[in-house]
Design a protein around this ligand. Sequence first.
Ligand code: HAM
Length: 385
Amino acid sequence: MINALRGMKDTLSPQSEVYQYIIETCTRIAQNYGFSLIETPILEETALFKRSVGESSDIVGKENVPITDKGGNDVCLRPEGTAGVVRAFIQQKFDKAGGTRRFFYHGPMFRYERPQKGRLRQFHQFGVESFGESDVREDATIILMLKAIFDALGIAYTLEINSLGCPACMPKYRTTLVDFLATREGLCEDCERRKLTNPIRVLDCKNEHCKTLLADAPLIVDHLCFTCKEDFGTLKTILDEFGVAYTINPKLVRGLDYYSKTAFEFVSADIGAQSAIAGGGRYDRLVEFLDGKPTPGIGFAMGIERLMDLVKMPQTSRNGYYIGALCNEALSVVFELVDTKRRESKVLTTYEAKSLKNHLKIADKNEAKFCVCIGEDELANNTIG
Ligand code: HAM
């Protein structure tokens, strides 16, 4: 027997209905906020992710799913959606055209992680990316949109926010942090690597010994430039005014290298260790990192599988028809009737004549609103239509 690969799974009814409901809800809300669907390929050049998400990130450095295609190109399964959307944005020359563009997407992502509850090697994200707005109100809007989605899905969450600074303040802070790290011995292997590649990533190390060593590390929130401080202040004020509860987590650095300024994560207390249900932030330099004209950007992605256990599904009522034949002679009439009725409603059937009791059982199991059974009498009376 061949099973699905480790960390990958099939989604069937009734879970697939939950999946569909999440996508439909997110799509409706994203469209209300002016976002339109973008589809990008699942396979991209590995260089795209190295230059955006960053080689120091786990998802590119350690969890990449590489493939050499028949042309000998170094390609890989996308670990996330932002890089592909940015590539498409530049490829369409939207960076040169200017203005604001907003996209949403959903689909499978691949990270070769150690599978556990809530952590898959193939999982699905719903995400949005907004280009061309540098105003912090866009950051607030993105967070309010996520709140609207979670409220609509009946999901409880806590929100953590941080500011990661900009080219005016981050490099100076980084030097301060690197100097501090030079005084700390015994950091884990990952942190030793991050010290050289992306030092701020040491701040969210989960290793208990590292946490102790880094307890009094300098924090970016204390080293923000005037503009970053002001924008972060405005963001907090808007969230307060709109009744969005949040905590400031000065060690929230996110696992991907492209962020600047606003970074945020929505966390659920109800799904165990893998508790991040959505994350995102601003990436004002990413378009230029990928050779585009500098364009501010911000977005988020949420993990659909992590939401599936949390969603409160609306009560569904019985709907549609179940039509069955009581004798073999009625099978072709049933076939015709089913085809006609399907133009206006959901219709289920079986291509086997059964007793009334058996048909009623199937109709009930499938939650049909109406059960129509055709037998010799109906054929003789011609009462079908
Ligand atoms: P991320 O935080 O890496 O951000 O992933 C977003 C969400 O995907 C997480 O909060 C989590 O719910 C889900 N997720 C991540 N890894 C797994 C996994 N192995 N199994 C199940 N679910 C998972 C990004 O991907 C960024 N592209 C978000 C973004 C968009 N930033 C700006 N724009």
